[in-house]
Every structure is written in structure tokens, then in C-alpha cells.
Design a protein around this ligand. Structure first.
Ligand code: NAD
Ligand code: G3P
Length: 338
């Protein structure tokens, strides 16, 4: 393990990030085949070199093809990238795993924690596929799909328990506009990625009510404290949370109108219901589900997590967004570094 010298990468999931990440891979010299759940999406990629449903207006490199057939997508791939919504990973894996090469490395792009099991995506892959941790990696960082697809410069983290595998993947991903750093802290990257989505929902709720930069900066900072408290308790390196997969992604997601999580929160803050928001978009806002799993994980771990608690209450319809900030401000006062 450690020498990924092949050229073909299978990307499983033809949404915004699966498609944008395929551009990175193609620019870095890989041949990419995207598995699309819907045949018409595969046809659009093959025939017009555009994913009109998820990344309209972006021309895809000719090194990218697509198919609805998992066997065809995975044939000859030594790197397998998973980019489906987190809560659908477990049900999708049996479709893919029979065609995954025994030596292939699986790379999770997903930023969520599974409801019910409270597992990270790499844990779900390991469990369902009975795959060793040195064959599972994650890529996580401040990587809003449309900016990456436009080849705006960005950095990210590729993490694997086996540093050699992370370094091999780094070489396969390094493109003119995309700079990957290696890490062995898979857990820290995954909690950073899942948690920032919930904080972005919260920031969106504040923005939707008309609050300004003091409010959002306060939420981002306390959100980072909350993320670090839980992730460190579960074994993360604190410096991961200060890095690209922690603070970097938190800032990008909470600041950008491109973020689906922030937008979801903003619509709640403006008075839309959860059901109306789901009906208004096809794209996933992972935080609307992971707020419940992270809340349960924090409770199980005995960690104080007021932001995930409050976001989950709003998503479940038990708290209004106008009660949200009051719920934070009126909490018992304490030391910042407690
Ligand atoms: N979009 C980004 O900027 C971005 C960046 C980094 C990480 N991510 C993460 O990548 C993952 C995928 O996000 P995305 O942005 O591509 O989402 P998306 O909503 O744009 O696309 C999701 C894709 O999964 C498919 N899909 C939906 N339900 C499915 C199911 N039940 N089974 C199989 N496929 C299903 C959709 O058809 C679509 O192709 C998420 O975990 C997200 O947090 C997204
Ligand atoms: O659009 P969002 O909110 O899913 O965020 C996208 C990426 O995770 C940003 O790094």
C-alpha cells in the first residue's frame, strides 16, 4: 500500500462536489469516470461535457466521462472517490463494493455523521466494506464546489492513517489551482467537516434575521470552540481544528452565499419552514441531518454543545430562529477558555 501509480479514478456521485472534484482530478492528470445515479446526468456529462443539473455553465475536461453503471465506473480504478450524501452512503455501498479492486484506496469527500450509528463516513466504509484504515482516506477543506470548478486557487487536506497513502493521493490531486496537504488525523478532519455545516446553518439563521458581522463572528468562534471540544475529546489533534479542515472550512462555509448549509439557515431565519426549503432545492445541506447525530454524539460524550443543540431544536421545529440568539446570550455565563 502507498504507491498509487495508476491513472484511473472512479468518482461515485455526480453532484456538485463529485463533479467539481473530478475537474481537480482531471487537471492533475487522472482519467476520471463519474458514476451518476441518474442516466440523464451521465448523458449530459458525456454528450455536452457539462453537468447541467449541478454545475451548469462549467465546461468539463475531456478526461472526464460518466456512466450509470457502477461496474463500468469502477473498472481499473485504483482510487475510488465517494461523493454521495452522507445519510445515503450505507445504502449505496453494496452497489459499489463488488466492483472495487482489492488494492484500491477509497476516498471520502463527505461531510456528515450518520444518524443512528453516530459514525463518521470513514467508519461506515470500513464497517460495510470490511476495509482496513490504511485503504481509507478523506479529503476535506475550504472547497466550495463552484469556486473549485472555476479553478479559483484553494487548499485542502488529504488524510489517511497511512501517511504513505496520503502522500500518494496528494500527488494524484495536486493540480495548478488545488493544493492538497497531507495529514494522518482522519477523525479530526471528519469532525471538522461535519461540524462546520451545523455552525454554518446557525450563522445563516442569524444572517436571515438581519444580524451583522459581530453576531456571525461570535458564532463562528464559539462554533470552533465547540467543534474542538467534541473532536479533541474523541481523539482529534487540536491543530487539525485550527487548520484547513477545521477553521479554514468553517470560515469559508459560514461566510459564503454559495454554501448550501448557510443558505438553508438563512431561509429558516427568513421564515421558511424546513419542508419548504427541502422542496425548493435538490442539493444536500448535510448539517440539517448531522445536527441531530452530532448532538447525540456530544450528549453521549458528555460535552456541552449549545450550537448543535439549538440548531437541532430549530430543525425539529421546537425552537424558532427568533428565539435562537436569546437562547445563546441568556445561557449561564462562564470563562471563555472553559
Ligand atoms: N458542494 C460542495 O461544495 C462540497 C464541498 C466539499 C464537500 N462536500 C460534501 O460532498 C458530499 C456530496 O455533496 P454534493 O455537494 O456533491 O451534493 P449534491 O447535493 O450537489 O449532490 C449529491 C449527489 O448525490 C446524488 N444522490 C442524492 N441522493 C442520493 C442517494 N440516496 N443515493 C445516491 N446518490 C444520491 C444526487 O443525485 C447527486 O448526484 C456531501 O457530504 C458534502 O458535504 C460538498
Ligand atoms: O455548500 P455546503 O454548505 O455543503 O459547503 C460546501 C463545502 O463543504 C465547503 O467546503
Amino acid at each position: 500500500m502507498g504507491n498509487l501509480l495508476g491513472k484511473k479514478v472512479a468518482v461515485l456521485g455526480a453532484g456538485s462536489w463529485g463533479t467539481a472534484f473530478s475537474i481537480v482530478l482531471a487537471d492533475a492528470g487522472n482519467d476520471v469516470c463519474i458514476w451518476a445515479r441518474r442516466e440523464e446526468v451521465a448523458a449530459s456529462i458525456n454528450e455536452s461535457h457539462e453537468n447541467t443539473d449541478y454545475l451548469a455553465g462549467i465546461e468539463l475536461p475531456r478526461a472526464i466521462s460518466s456512466t450509470h453503471d457502477p461496474e463500468q465506473a469502477l473498472a481499473g480504478a485504483d482510487v475510488v472517490v465517494l461523493a454521495v450524501p452522507s445519510q445515503s452512503l450505507r445504502e449505496n455501498l453494496p452497489t459499489f463494493l463488488p466492483y472495487v479492486d482489492d488494492e484500491a484506496v477509497l476516498v471520502s469527500l463527505m461531510k456528515g455523521v450518520e444518524l443512528g450509528t453516530l459514525k463518521r463516513m470513514s467508519e461506515v466504509i470500513a464497517e460495510v466494506g470490511d476495509i482496513a484504515e490504511d485503504r481509507i482516506a478523506v479529503v476535506s477543506g475550504p472547497n466550495l464546489a463552484r469556486e473549485i470548478a472555476r479553478r479559483e486557487p484553494a487548499a485542502s487536506v488529504v488524510a489517511c492513517a497511512d501517511e504513505g497513502v496520503a502522500t500518494s493521493l496528494q500527488k494524484r490531486l495536486h493540480s495548478p489551482a488545488f493544493r492538497p496537504y497531507t495529514s494522518v488525523d482522519v477523525l479530526g478532519c471528519e469532525y471538522g467537516g461535519a461540524y462546520k455545516n451545523v455552525v454554518a446553518l446557525c450563522v445563516g439563521m442569524a444572517v436571515g434575521q438581519g444580524f451583522g458581522d459581530n453576531t456571525t463572528a461570535s458564532l463562528i468562534t464559539r462554533g470552533l470552540a465547540e467543534t474542538a471540544r467534541l473532536a479533541m475529546n474523541l481523539g482529534a489533534n487540536p491543530l487539525t481544528l485550527m487548520g484547513l479542515a477545521g477553521l479554514g472550512d468553517l470560515v469559508a462555509t459560514c461566510s459564503s452565499p454559495l454554501s448550501r448549509n448557510r443558505t438553508f439557515g438563512e431561509k429558516l431565519g427568513q421564515g421558511m419552514t424546513v419542508e419548504e426549503i427541502y422542496a425548493s432545492t435538490r442539493q444536500v445541506a448535510e448539517g440539517a441531518k448531522s445536527c441531530s447525530s452530532l448532538r447525540a454524539l456530544a450528549a453521549r460524550t458528555g460535552i456541552d454543545a449549545p450550537i448543535v443543540d439549538a440548531v437541532d431544536e430549530v430543525v425539529q421545529g421546537r425552537l424558532t430562529t427568533s428565539q435562537l440568539m436569546d437562547a445563546f446570550i441568556s445561557r449561564d455565563t462562564k470563562a471563555e477558555l472553559s
